[in-house]
Design a protein around this ligand. Sequence first.
Ligand SMILES: C[S@@+](CC[C@H](N)C(=O)[O-])C[C@H]1O[C@@H](n2cnc3c(N)ncnc32)[C@H](O)[C@@H]1O
Length: 230
Amino acid sequence: MPAPHPALQRLADAYAAWWIDLLGEHNHVGGLETTRWLLQRAGLAPGKVMLDAGAFVGAAARLAAAETGCRAIAADLNPEFLAAGRELPGGRAVQWVAADSRRLPFRDAAIDSIWALDTEVAYHEFNRIAAPGATLCLCCEAPSDARGGLDAFIDDWEQAGWLLAAHRPLSAEAAHTWRTAEAELVRRRPYFEERYGTRTYLRQLDLVAYLVQAYERGEQGHALFVFRRA
Ligand SMILES: C[S@@+](CC[C@H](N)C(=O)[O-])C[C@H]1O[C@@H](n2cnc3c(N)ncnc32)[C@H](O)[C@@H]1O
């Protein structure tokens, strides 16, 4: 595996967080491959505005700006993540905004494509800032049962004026991602325990173990969605 960019390595060193250490810059289930799957369906082009909400280091925003020529904005609660993202390849082409996804500093109907990848899905704000015809690209927890939960999830968005354009189940991939992370934390325990401290290490391991169990029991699922504003 290539060494991480120094800006990303600095973040990994500063934060005791399994998800920074083990998932990398495309910090969601499926990584770069699922970012690309969404990008192919997002309807982005020069002149369009894309918002990567809860962006971490803005991997999706940087890729969207580089590959479609759109105006890309990366927003996150944590300004240190944004500062690192600006240093990563393509970072100069993106606008970086420290903001909570639940209170976004954008005008009504200002955004053509809203992305929320494994982060807060801020239902009311996303409805407010979406332009007519906008896309909403989600990588998120979604009901995995066959008893109507997924249909209800999609219905909620459709009732808010979003039509489903594409859907890809990701529960098996998510379960594999969490299992791999758990195994890695256990296998390299001395390394992570030294970096995080014992209490934080055990807490991180608990969090991942909880995820593994929830996905294995089928209580939780994951999916990609692209909705289009009617
Ligand atoms: C697992 S990372 C996913 C990052 C990115 N979307 C990606 O896929 O690479 C979650 C990110 O969401 C951010 N976050 C969590 N809650 C947020 C909120 N309410 N508003 C803005 N950012 C948030 C965290 O700071 C973190 O950077």
